[in-house]
Design a protein around this ligand. Structure first.
Ligand code: ASP
Ligand code: MG
Length: 405
């Protein structure tokens, strides 16, 4: 008799039929004798429409009220899911995050879970109930409702699995698992049987939207092994776990393309101590996330100058231009060039640690396709390049073919 935590995302509970399907699946596990805690998200699109609704009343709503509002999305789904189980004569009880014992800090709209006291969950499981828990929400020690940041239902599930010492944690979604590349982009992409936490983190950071980053970090920290699988079929999914020796045999686990990037080049900036510090402090103060940074070798001996390029998220481009324009008189660079037409292509794999020539093979593949590399950055288990946006998809297919074809 296993204790299983299952999470169903927004598309898995998008309408009454899908909710009935979830209930059928849950009932099936229960018939096997398993004990089940089921975490659900808001029905797809609901959180977005609540956000929109709020903004129509007040452009910048107080975050406490925002949480009060957003928490209703998941509250709707838990009740409907419990009802769908009752319709099948399966005893089930829905719990809000607070009722499930999820205590967070006081940072409204992106609260962190501080501890979980699952007393009520245990009591309900002991009495034979299926427990349905609202994802994405908790409460502060003072009893205020909080939410955990977008995509936070994943975190609820992983954290509950850790707190309950569950035998199995399953994240049900609308894809069959984690793929070697986005199958819409690369038709030959394959589903992975397993992936290491660090690989999934790098893939997600590189634009592959499988799960909320923070919940993968949490799973890694607490050693929660979980499975990502589809709620629309019975195919086994992808197991996410700590890396093993055998995983190193594969050099590249996945390829991903991030089209949401923009590049800024600061032309002819004085090459003296403090310039980079000034620029990146100003960007950080404006809450702009900088990803890759490349600085050229400086030229000129009396007053050396250099070019500096960096990438940011595309929606931050206007804000970043403003920051840079404001810095121009103080720093004295020649101009700022912004380029929205770029994409970041990354390859990820823990096997890179023990294999050489991986970068060379990636660059050679791109050269063969006549694709120019704009910027390069590497970590122990990832190589990323910035390329022309128009060539991003072709580049992804070529690199996937070279390493995973
Ligand atoms: N409903 C929330 C969101 O859309 C949480 C989640 O889906 O995980 O971000
Ligand atoms: Mg979601």
């Amino acid at each position: 008799m296993a204790l299983i935590v299952q999470k169903y995302g927004g598309t898995s509970v998008a309408n009454p039929d899908r909710i009935k399907n979830v209930a059928a699946r849950v009932a099936g596990y229960r018939e096997r004798g398993d004990r089940l805690v089921v975490v659900v998200s808001a029905m797809s699109g609901v959180t977005d429409s609540l956000l929109k609704l709020a903004k129509e009343i007040l452009p910048l709503p107080p975050e406490r009220e925002m949480d009060m509002l957003l928490a209703t999305g998941e509250q709707t789904t838990i009740a409907l899911t419990a009802m769908a189980l009752h319709a099948r004569d399966v005893p089930a009880v829905s719990l809000t995050g607070a009722q499930a014992g999820i205590v967070t800090d006081r940072v409204h709209t992106k609260a962190k879970i501080q501890n979980i006291t699952p007393r009520q969950i245990h009591a309900l499981l002991d009495s034979g109930q299926v427990v349905i828990v609202a994802g994405f929400q908790g409460q502060t020690q003072e009893g205020q409702i909080t939410t955990l940041g977008r995509g936070g239902s994943d975190l609820t599930a992983i954290a509950l699995a850790a707190a309950l010492k569950a035998d199995l944690c399953q994240i049900f979604t609308d894809v069959d698992g984690v793929y070697t590349a986005d199958p819409r982009l690369v038709p030959s992409a394959r589903k992975l049987d397993e992936v290491a936490y660090d690989e999934l983190l790098e893939l997600a950071g590189a634009g592959a939207k499988v799960m909320q980053l923070r919940s993968v970090e949490f799973a890694k920290k607490f050693g929660v092994v979980f499975e990502v699988r589809s709620s629309l079929n019975d195919n086994p999914g992808t197991i996410v776990k700590e890396e093993t020796k055998s995983m190193e045999g594969i050099v590249v686990r996945g390829v991903s393309l991030d089209k949401n990037q923009a590049k800024i080049t600061v032309v002819a900036a004085p090459d003296r101590p403090g310039v980079s510090s000034r620029i990146f402090h100003a960007l950080a103060d404006a809450a702009i996330n900088v990803d890759m940074i490349v600085q050229n070798v400086s030229h000129g001996s009396a007053r050396p100058i250099t070019d500096l390029s960096f990438t940011i998220d595309k929606p931050d481009l206007l804000k970043a231009r403003k920051v840079m324009d404001a810095l121009k008189p103080e720093i004295g660079f020649r101009e700022v060039i912004a380029n929205e037409g770029v994409a970041k292509l990354s390859i990820v794999g823990v096997g890179m640690r023990s294999h050489s020539g991986v970068a060379a093979k990636m660059f050679e593949t791109l050269a063969r396709e006549d694709i120019n590399i704009d910027m390069i950055s590497t970590s122990e288990i990832k190589i990323s390049v910035v390329v022309d946006l128009a060539k991003g998809e072709a580049a992804t297919r070529a690199v996937h073919e070279a390493f995973l074809g």
